[in-house]
Design a binder for this molecule. Structure first.
Ligand code: FAD
Ligand code: NAP
Length: 531
């Protein structure tokens, strides 16, 4: 068959998922090669170098827990780590566990084909090489394929173009420049205040406003770090028991169960705490529309307080369900619109017509700028899969199987694609949980499964169609009960024109999912066919 090299497993991607997968596979004695199209490790944190990029899960929790020495040794400096710091952490992990020798960088996987006779995967690389492997493990990331909308005339535009998810390594100095930012999601909300400080003028093109809660970022308190490190395992255990996999204070009672004055006090208290923890103010914010509206109105009130011009404040105040799109965490985002050099253009009713040599037009009106920043997000959850020509049994292409939305069992496997695992695939909690924790859980499950196969002389594992159908239906059913299904967001493919509206991550909570995965394994991989 002319394969140049053969492995037990080929892993695609060297973000936090690929790195930990490699570490575990090697530790269990499997031969492995990781293929990564970037020039280095870190995935998200390698690519997203835009100004202001940082995590919105507190850094003491946004980290690996598989090695106590690692979590004790590593020193985070801020409540929310910056992109450079997280990238340094990923590089430290790669060095510390000597991972780079098994990673091939600057190489894109273009195809992965299951050979039914040999029961092995053939993995084609952009450089023309083919690798063979019993297991093909996709550590592709949920937010790794950027979305650049097909704007008319984009090629005619003579200015510089940047996408937040593919930011130049040397950085960009906007000093004295006219800048246009398209999009107002998390990436825009983090970068706009910093770009505004540099630019001569910044024009923001907003299609849908977003809710944001202040980060109140600050240097980490050494006493707090010491306390956490004295019982890191305790913090991790508490996190695992939470639906989001993150520890923050929360109330279980309804927003409607307390009088208005008390409700406002509680919102104010959670506002002062800041960040995603604001969602914990009441127990029913994502299930009861009336409760949700009280949170939405509280945050709209904050936006009106911060933005001087009432018309701009109204444009910035979302009317959608609070937390339907992913809640943003900001530092001085709304105040930025009080600057003389910043203007906001609403493109919700009249979309961007297209680009010209010097900018773009909306309803025929020209806006000129010499640098365009596309903060237009990602082809989330499925885009990195469909860009690889993945073929399973009977030469069926995964992208065809997923035309009506992704179909997986537990987000780990897809029927008809034997011995292909996905880490945080669609149908797993992934982006609705703290991601590194979700990654470690998926990787550990995959390793246990591979060891079970090795111990029992089993060559092939494959999701059963009926079980997969039931899981897909279950994922859809519980999503339908959440207010998160009520708007257009990347959770349901909303960023990409023409995509079916299918809620992709599992919204039933991290502990419920872990319980289901553990049950399946304990029952001899119930729902999977092993041969
Ligand atoms: P990634 O880090 O995306 O890595 C996937 C890798 O696969 C990439 O390096 C990519 O180059 C590679 N790859 C993909 N396709 C191919 C191919 N065909 N061939 C070769 N290589 C390929 N999550 C949180 O929990 N908290 C946060 O605060 C948070 N902040 C975020 C901020 C930003 C700006 C973004 C974009 C995401 C954020 N996330 C956050 C989600 C984040 O993606 C995860 O936390 C985590 O980093 C994902 O790791 P991963 O290894 O699964 O995927
Ligand atoms: P995003 O949330 O998908 O935002 C994309 C923005 O571009 C939206 O405002 C969208 O408008 C707009 N847009 C897309 N196509 C457009 C078009 N044709 N015309 C006009 N506007 C258009 O992407 P993101 O900001 O990169 O964030 C993605 C996810 O990454 C986040 O939700 C989060 O999970 C993660 N992230 C986290 C952080 C963090 O704080 N840690 C930071 C960045 C990213 P519509 O809303 O109308 O579609």
């Amino acid at each position: 068959m002319g394969m140049e090299q053969d492995f037990d497993a080929v892993v695609v991607g060297a973000g936090f998922a690929g790195l930990y997968m490699l570490h575990r596979l090697r530790g269990e004695g499997y031969t492995v090669r990781v293929i990564e199209m970037a020039a280095g490790v870190g995935g998200t944190w390698f690519w997203n170098r835009y100004p202001g990029a940082r995590c919105d899960i507190e850094s003491m929790q946004y980290s690996y827990q598989f090695s106590d020495d690692l979590q004790q040794d590593w020193e985070w400096t801020e409540k929310y780590a910056t992109q450079p710091e997280i990238l340094r952490y990923a590089e430290h992990v790669a060095e510390r566990f000597d991972l780079k020798r098994d990673i091939q960088f600057n190489t894109r996987v273009t195809a992965a084909v299951f050979d039914e006779t040999a029961e092995r995967w053939r993995i084609n690389l952009e450089d023309g090489t083919t690798l063979g492997a019993r297991f093909c493990i996709m550590a592709l990331g949920c937010l790794s394929t950027t979305n650049l909308p097909e704007f008319n005339g984009l090629d005619d535009y003579q200015g510089d173009k940047y996408h937040t998810g593919e930011w130049p390594h040397e950085g960009v100095d906007f000093t004295g420049r006219q800048v246009g930012v398209i999009g107002t999601g998390s990436s825009a909300i983090q970068s706009i205040p910093i770009i505004a400080e540099q630019a001569a003028h910044l024009t923001v093109f907003q299609r849908t406003p977003n809710y944001a809660v202040p980060a109140w970022n600050e240097p980490l308190d050494p006493d707090e770090v010491r306390t956490i490190k004295a019982d890191y395992a305790g913090l991790r255990k508490k996190a695992k028991a939470r639906p989001t996999g993150v520890v923050f204070p929360f109330n279980e009672f309804s927003a409607l169960s307390v009088p208005e004055a008390r409700r406002q006090e509680i919102y104010q208290e959670y506002w002062q705490r800041g960040g995603l923890a604001f969602m914990g103010a009441f127990g029913d914010l994502l299930v009861d529309e009336a409760a949700n509206e009280t949170a939405a109105e509280f945050v709209r009130g904050k936006i009106r307080e911060k933005v001087d011009d009432p018309a701009t404040a109204e444009l910035l105040a979302p009317q959608t369900v609070f937390g339907c799109k992913r809640l943003c965490v900001d530092t001085d985002y709304f105040q930025t619109y009080n600057r003389d050099n910043v203007s906001l253009v609403d493109v919700s009713e009249d979309p961007i017509d297209g680009f010209t040599a010097t900018g773009l037009t909306v309803a025929g009106k020209p806006y000129e700028f010499d640098a365009a920043v596309f903060a237009t997000g990602f082809d989330a959850m499925v885009g990195s899969f469909t860009r690889i020509d993945i073929r399973g049994r009977d030469d069926v292409a995964l992208k065809d199987k997923w035309l009506g939305g992704p179909r997986t069992l537990l987000g780990l496997c897809s029927a008809g694609f034997p011995n292909m695992f996905m880490i945080t695939g669609p149908g797993s909690p992934s982006v609705l949980a703290s991601m590194i924790q979700a990654i470690e859980q998926n990787v550990d499950w995959i390793i246990d499964c591979m060891n079970h196969m090795r111990d029992n002389d089993l060559d092939v594992i494959e999701a059963e169609v009926a079980e997969e159908d039931a899981w897909v239906e279950h994922v859809g059913e519980i999503a339908a009960g959440s207010l998160r299904s009520t708007c257009s967001s990347w959770y349901l493919g909303g960023s990409i024109p023409g995509r079916p509206r299918v809620f992709m991550p599992y919204i039933g909570g991290f502990p419920t999912y872990v319980e289901k995965c553990d049950y399946v394994a304990a029952a001899g991989y119930e729902g999977f066919r092993l041969a």
